[in-house]
Design a protein around this ligand. Structure first.
Ligand SMILES: [Zn+2]
Length: 146
């Protein structure tokens, strides 16, 4: 599917949009991030599964901060659902997770939609957008830990 980049702009599906200050077209962002992942020998499924595992673990707790495996994380539920900017049918619950890697001090913030965007579309967000996830940070601090 060829996305209409309009859906990614601020004020269309979300207040802030998905592109931040990134001037690249969506397919170019996807291509460049895919190359970074390859350098680390990772695929989209692995990254998406890892992010989902934080949400799954946090959901087992009733409330508050989870401290596990060298990470501190919490999830927050917002009311409502959000569609995917790539345009296929379906809605994603607004669950936002924040995860801190204690060893590196690197913190990431992502939603259920972020996980979908990575898994299905290879999209990590435009540079400067609030939910941008740097593939290199994910690889180094949240997946490959040595
Ligand atoms: Zn989608």
């Amino acid at each position: 599917m060829i996305p209409s980049d309009d859906s990614f702009r601020p004020g269309v599906l979300t207040k802030d949009g998905f592109l931040g200050s990134d001037g690249r077209p969506v397919d170019k962002i996807v291509e460049d991030d895919g190359r970074v992942l390859l350098e680390f020998g990772l695929d989209l499924e692995t990254v998406a599964d890892r992010l989902q595992s934080f949400i799954d673990e946090a959901q087992k707790q009733l409330e508050g901060l989870v401290h596990s495996g060298g990470f501190r994380f919490r999830i927050q539920w917002d009311r409502g659902m959000i569609p995917c900017p790539f345009g296929e049918p379906g809605l994603h619950p607004k669950i936002v997770a924040r995860v801190l890697s204690e060893s590196s001090g690197c913190e990431i913030r992502f939603s259920r939609l972020s996980i979908h965007l990575i898994r299905k579309h290879g999209f990590f967000g435009g540079k400067g957008s609030i939910f941008r996830l740097e593939p290199e940070d994910l690889a180094r601090h949240f997946i490959i830990q040595r």
